[in-house]
Write a protein that binds this ligand. Structure first.
Ligand code: HEM
Length: 187
């Protein structure tokens, strides 16, 4: 559950960063739209390197997909229970049938999440092998060498730290303000 809270805080941070982060992190720089994806899909097979900065069409889609799936996973976790030892902090506010339905989503979505993570890793390996393009390092540390006209002037580290503090504070509040578990009513 603590890892779940940490992933929620990361999601909140990434949403802030998507709205007020650096140029290529912003959602407004994402290349989305089904047409765009279909047009660009054949390029995945080509050996030509993109040499671009920011998220490609497939990168934009996979970012949005992963953010959505992790949000669903951790979001549903808040409301469910295993009916024995563990219950998410907001389990008392939903009915048993709603909690059951959300637990079903929590279990199914985990399989979808694993499949998409696997696909993502496979795509990185494909880029490294087919296009000789290293996507792993830029994803790990956020830096990529590009032509000067594509570069960003600053990483806005101070703003990022502030966004991280706000994200952790919001998720901490979410957990701290949760209602008392209903089982305490018995004591
Ligand atoms: C990205 C984050 C999360 C992942 C990947 C994840 C993954 C999982 C998985 C795989 C299970 C099934 C375990 C099993 O059947 O043995 C599970 C169950 C459970 N999770 Fe999560 N979870 C996440 C977030 C959360 C959060 C934030 C909470 C609550 C604060 C939570 C609460 C629970 C509970 C109560 C169960 C037991 C439900 C049951 O047995 O039906 N999870 N989780």
């Amino acid at each position: 559950m603590r890892f779940g809270y940490a992933s929620l805080a990361l999601i909140v941070f990434r949403v802030f960063w998507g709205l007020a982060g650096t140029r290529y992190s912003r959602f407004s720089s994402f290349r989305l739209g089904p047409k765009v994806l279909l047009q660009k899909f054949p390029e995945l097979y080509s050996t030509k390197q993109s040499n671009s900065a920011g998220h490609s069409e497939t990168g934009s889609w996979s970012t949005v997909l992963l953010l959505t799936l992790v949000t669903i996973q951790a979001g549903t976790g808040l409301f469910i229970s295993d009916d024995i030892f563990y219950a998410g902090p907001y389990n008392p506010v939903v009915s048993g049938s709603t909690a059951g339905m959300l637990a079903y989503v929590h279990h199914i979505n985990f399989n979808v999440l694993q499949a998409v993570v696997g696909l993502h890793l496979a795509a990185i390996a494909w880029y490294a092998w087919r296009k000789k393009e290293n996507l792993f390092s830029p994803m790990l540390h956020g830096n990529k060498t590009v032509k000067p006209n594509l570069a960003i002037p600053s990483s806005h580290t101070g703003r990022a730290i502030l966004a991280a503090i706000i994200a952790v504070a919001l998720i901490s509040l979410l957990v701290l303000l949760a209602p008392e578990p209903s089982m305490y009513d018995f004591f």
